[in-house]
Ligand binder design. Structure first.
Ligand SMILES: [Fe+2]
Length: 334
């Protein structure tokens, strides 16, 4: 079966580059879950010492300068990842990962790419105990939620839209997927959605007549009370879209009609990618929305093993200093 990819890659590593990068990452001694700062330092040392393939580094530097409204996605293929990692326990995939994953190639690639793209990864105290490197991996107790631990589809959204620290970037690196299972990551540019509406409609989409409950992972798995979400517009600033498909509701009939209209527009304009191991896709969270769609599954059991690592990143931590856990420069209290 052909792998579906409706987005063009920005860079494809050669087999040699992949090997060089893999060996560079294997030389790191720090554990990213237990010695995070030292792990970051060692990845940065690889850049300083010229251990990262030059062509790849150059491409990343160029991508870091690219305008993000029209180009909110970065797509890189054939990255090295940790291979032959055993299947995690779906009861508690995070604990299982700590026990079973002994190399940190993927974490190194995620940190490296974010670093060169001028992004700073952050962790949330309420999400996976504050880990920077997170997993999109099905967890039995959360399988029907709209979270990274879901088994089924995740409707169109931007990450942590109504959190007080909203990430500027969401980076995903596919670790394991099965080509016979039609599971797609979906992407839409905000500018395309906005351009598809009339001025009259946009004016109404800019009114605070919509409500979206807080996301599942913040409210169900965490311990820090974030309170109740307030009314918001769907379109704000120049290109921001705050919308969670099937969760955002209009407060009156006109607003609700617009909610439905946004939904159909997103599905008309989307690009679907069946991510395969070694695919990296980074999204500018304020200029795009994304989701996950599930089509026909030839091997439904294998959907329980599908695995994508992710980080959420900001452009600068300065605006959030007072939101950090005291003494930390990456961990958000919330
Ligand atoms: Fe997401």
């Amino acid at each position: 079966m052909a792998i579906k990819s409706e987005m063009q890659p920005d860079y494809v590593l050669s087999e040699l580059e992949k090997e060089v990068l893999k060996n560079a990452m294997l030389s790191i001694l720090a554990d990213p879950y237990r010695q995070y700062k030292s792990f970051c330092y060692q990845v940065e040392e690889l850049i300083r010492k010229g251990k990262i393939p030059a062509g790849f580094l150059k491409a990343l530097n160029e991508l870091s300068l690219r305008e993000k409204v029209s180009y909110p996605f970065v797509f890189i293929k054939n990255l090295p990842i940790d291979e032959n990692v055993p299947k995690f326990d779906n009861e508690n995939p995070i604990q299982s990962k700590y026990q079973l994953k002994k190399t940190f190639i993927a974490e190194g690639c995620l940190y490296l790419i974010g670093k060169v793209l001028n992004q700073i990864p952050i962790g949330y105290l309420n999400v996976n105990g504050g880990d920077v490197f997170q997993d999109i991996y099905p967890q039995r107790s959360l399988k029907d939620t709209q979270s990274q631990k879901a088994l089924g589809p995740i409707f169109f959204h931007k990450d942590l839209a109504n959190h007080f620290v909203r990430p500027d970037f969401v980076n995903m690196l596919s670790m394991r997927s099965h080509g016979e299972n039609e599971i797609y990551t979906t992407f839409v540019k905000n500018i395309d959605v906005i351009n598809s509406f009339s001025e009259f409609e946009i004016e109404r989409l800019r009114q605070a007549k919509f409500h979206t409950p807080f996301d599942d992972l913040t409210t169900k798995a965490g311990s820090y009370d974030v309170g109740e979400a307030s009314l918001h517009p769907i379109i704000s600033d120049d290109y921001d879209i705050r919308y969670f498909e099937n969760r955002t509701k209009g407060i009156d009939e006109e607003a609700q009609q617009l909610v439905e209209l946004v939904k159909s527009r997103l599905h008309e304009l989307k690009s679907c990618v069946q991510m395969v191991a070694g695919d990296f896709i980074g999204v500018a969270n304020n200029y795009s929305v994304h989701g996950k769609e599930v089509g026909a599954l030839q091997f439904p059991e294998l959907a329980w093993e599908r695995w994508t690592m992710k980080t959420v990143n900001v452009s600068s931590i300065e605006p959030y200093r007072d939101k950090m856990v005291a003494g930390s420069d990456y961990l958000i209290q919330g």
